[in-house]
Design a protein around this ligand. Structure first.
Ligand code: ATP
Ligand code: MG
Length: 759
């Protein structure tokens, strides 16, 4: 560098500058959230280009998503004026696919090979299971797909799979199945997702001259979000970096062990630790200054993550003098009120001039998006769902809705076509075609045509009996639609149609999510008395969807928020069991909990100025209310950086603007309560405030608040009460704020105290 330092270096702190200027030799940047890791990578690429150390085509840059890659390109462009792009910037998979196409014959493929999606993959596995006489009911294809994926993530070809791993599936046949599966892929000229990396590794290992070509080509290698790389990705990188002796390899990886959130997909945070061993003499740079968030946000994130035992440990500080707005924690009555509160607050920020683009709501699981979406639609607030379709556009939801539509409206042919073979009923295209023809011919809806055809000889006996069963199921559902609440009907339909079984057989993480979405669908139907009413509501909601608005709130999962930042971040559903997720804890114990905590850390550190956490006190499951405890993560936040707002108590000033706000300060009458865990605190808060008149929500009398007199209920066994939905009844047992009541008409039900009055 003979000239004055270029402008783009001037804005960096000394450690960042060091990382940008250390272009030769291995470099590990290990630093917390918001310290400028991604900025360092971008500036480093710009610097290499600017100083003409390499052409864009000689730089290999791996990011975690395609979106991140395009964002990086944009930022480089700002620094390097006549920048003509980086052909080798992308995800591990996209770069690998490109390399494989160029050398396809060497891995027994043709350049135009197909990349299989999950459905194709499952179909193929099913065929193999059949050939081997393996009972698919006992050993589902999905399960094997999961096993294959895990093996491929570890970089294992069929010959590499240790014997100890093959015994868990199909009585030891898994190893052979893997060989057969790979052979079939070659015949089909296809690769699955895992193969993209695995076959690339094989290509490099078996063809040193090809590897050497890439060694010459790639002068610089850079990897973002290194903490989430898996073993196959690690091997792939190491091979590509072997062009020079390890101590001279121009490889730069940046990451944060505290943000490793893909362990469930085979990511190995240990890759960070291995780096210094594999590349002896690697320079390690730590960045400790956070440029993204206020001191309160940083303090909250650092305090929380310190509860993890398994971490390298880092410091984070900010130079921003103002501590900023404290993190807020709000308890709301239920998730519907949570959505309402979030909506209100967003509108308020919007009035204060904040752009919707700078606001995000991050959830643990996608089913939690539904109530938020509905609320925003009602408010006319633009939103976008990142990393997946909107709730009612999801495949499983559309399938379920198609069943319901057909029950309500037997002439709905679109719905019929959608579900006729979902789940698979062995009805091929030719059968469906026959049904469609018959319907046209007779000028009747498909369902009627089907009914007619089951009474004739046109269909093969097997198809005929399948369709006959289906038609009579629809008759039965239509009958039940008259008598059952819609949410029960949908559950029965999903069970009886085999839809749930189909998802249960599917062992992928995705299918778990689909089940949760369906549960959420049923939950959303609880407030509707008739199927028609519900479907009407849905068609209105779907119609008012505001797609692709330029200024819109972002709703996404915590996982997909990695690397991003927003001025205001809402973190909803911080309840035990939801977040941390019960499933992660059940399946992976302490490691699972620690990964959940890292996810919480990722969530908090997305916020620049404002982080608002909320939890519902009650959850409705199958029409019954259950109380939920705030997430343990709430208790792990530092009290002096957090303000607690309680909007959830039905006994205090529940409702708009009535939420009592308490601060962690000396004057606080509840101070001593903060020593207790969050949920006890919440209960105690409820108990301390006294009742104040009847409670109305949007004009409707819902409950009359009562003087609790401590934690116990105000009702006694034997007392006569009135419930808005179930009518009159007698209390038969009391359990905290839940009562079991023998209703005169509705039978025995467990209800929440706040929904009844003295009769
Ligand atoms: P994460 O771990 O969340 O991926 P990161 O370490 O990659 O975070 P960046 O996204 O690169 O952090 O940076 C966070 C924010 O701080 C960005 O808005 C970035 O532009 C800004 N930033 C980084 N370094 C500086 C700096 N030296 N001066 C001013 N702003 C900076
Ligand atoms: Mg980053």
């Amino acid at each position: 560098l003979n000239r004055q330092a270029p402008d783009y270096l001037a804005g960096l702190n000394p450690e960042q500058r060091d990382a940008v200027l250390t272009t030769e030799g291995p470099l590990l940047v290990l630093a917390g959230a918001g310290t400028g890791k991604t900025r360092v990578l971008t500036t480093r690429i710009a610097h290499i280009l600017n100083q003409r150390m390499a052409w864009g085509s000689q730089i290999l840059a791996v990011t975690f998503t395609n979106k991140a890659a395009s964002e990086m390109k944009r930022r480089i462009h700002e620094i390097v004026p006549n920048f003509d792009g980086l052909p080798w910037m992308g995800t591990f998979h996209s770069v690998s696919a490109r390399i494989l196409r160029a050398h396809a014959e060497l891995v027994d493929l043709k350049p135009a090979f197909t990349i299989l999606d999950t459905d194709d993959q499952i179909r193929l596995i099913k065929q193999l299971l059949e050939v081997e006489n393996i009972d698919e009911k006992r050993w589902p294809a999905r399960q094997f797909a999961g096993i294959l994926d895990a093996w491929k993530n570890r970089g294992w070809l069929p010959k590499d799979v240790p014997a100890s791993e093959t015994g868990h599936f199909a009585n030891g046949k898994a190893g052979k199945l893997y060989y057969d599966y790979q052979a079939r892929l070659k015949t089909l000229n296809a690769a699955d997702f895992g193969d993209l990396l695995l076959e690339c590794i094989r290509l490099f290992r078996e063809n040193p001259e090809v590897l050497a070509e890439y060694h010459r080509k790639f002068r610089y290698m850079l990897v973002d979000e290194y903490q989430d790389s898996n073993t196959a990705q690690y091997l792939w990188l190491r091979l590509l970096a072997q062009g020079k002796p390890a101590p001279e390899a121009n490889i730069c990886v940046v990451g944060d062990d505290d943000q490793s959130i893909y362990g469930w997909r085979g990511a190995e945070v240990d890759n960070i630790l291995r780096f210094e061993t594999d590349f002896p003499g690697a320079k390690v740079i730590k960045l400790e200054r956070n440029y993204r968030s206020t001191a309160n946000i940083l303090k909250a994130a650092s305090t929380l993550i310190a509860f993890n035992e398994d971490r390298l440990g880092k410091t984070l500080h900010t130079d921003i003098a103002e501590a900023g707005e404290p993190i807020s924690f709000t308890q709301v009555y239920d998730s519907e009120e949570e959505a309402r509160t979030v909506g209100e607050e967003i509108e308020q920020y919007q009035r204060q001039g904040e752009s919707l683009n700078s606001i995000a709501i991050l959830v643990r699981a996608s089913y939690q998006m539904r109530e938020l979406e509905e609320r925003f639609i009602t408010l006319g607030l633009n939103y976008r769902v990142v990393g997946g379709p909107r709730f009612y556009e999801r495949k499983e939801i559309r399938d379920a809705l198609a069943y319901l539509r057909l029950v309500a409206q037997p002439a709905d042919d679109l719905a019929f076509e959608r579900i006729i073979n979902v789940p698979k009923r062995g009805l091929g295209d030719s059968t469906v075609k026959l049904l469609i023809e018959a319907a046209r011919h007779q000028n009747v809806p498909l369902l009627s045509a089907t009914r007619m055809l089951t009474e004739t000889e046109e269909l093969k006996p097997k198809q005929r009996s399948t369709l006959r069963a289906l038609v009579s199921q629809f008759d039965s559902w239509a009958y039940r639609a008259e008598n059952l609440p819609p949410y029960q009907l949908v559950e029965q339909i999903l069970e009886e149609s085999g839809y749930m079984d189909m998802l249960t057989a599917d062992k992928s993480a995705e299918s778990q999510g689909r089940k949760e979405n369906l549960k959420e669908l049923s939950r959303s139907m609880e407030e509707f008395e008739s199927l028609g009413g519900f479907l009407e509501h849905i068609s209105l909601v779907m119609d008012r969807d505001s797609a692709d608005a330029s200024d819109a709130v972002t709703i996404m999962t915590l996982h997909s928020a990695k690397g991003l930042e927003f001025n205001t971040v809402f973190l909803t559903g911080w309840e035990e069991g939801t977040f941390p997720s019960q499933r992660s804890m059940d399946e992976s114990g302490k490691a699972g909990l620690e990964e959940e905590r890292r996810l919480a850390y990722v969530g908090i550190t997305r916020g620049r100025n404002r982080v608002r956490i909320s939890a519902a006190q009650n959850r409705r499951i199958h029409g019954l209310w259950q109380s939920a405890m705030p997430s343990r993560f709430v208790d792990e936040l530092p009290p002096d950086a957090v303000v607690v707002t309680d909007r959830g108590s039905a006994y205090g000033g529940y409702g708009y603007g009535g939420g009592a706000t308490s601060r962690f300060n000396k004057a606080d009458p509840f101070e001593s309560l903060y020593e207790t865990p969050g949920w006890q605190r919440a209960r105690a808060n409820q108990a301390t405030r006294k009742g104040s008149g009847p409670l109305t929500i949007e004009g409707e009398l819902v409950a009359r608040s009562v003087d609790l007199g401590g934690q116990s209920s105000g009702y006694k066994v034997g007392e006569r009460v009135f419930h808005l939905k179930f009518g009159y009844g007698e209390v038969i047992s009391v359990e905290g704020n839940k009562l079991t009541i023998d209703f005169e008409k509705a039978g025995t039900k467990k209800v929440l105290e706040s929904f009844i009055q003295r009769g």
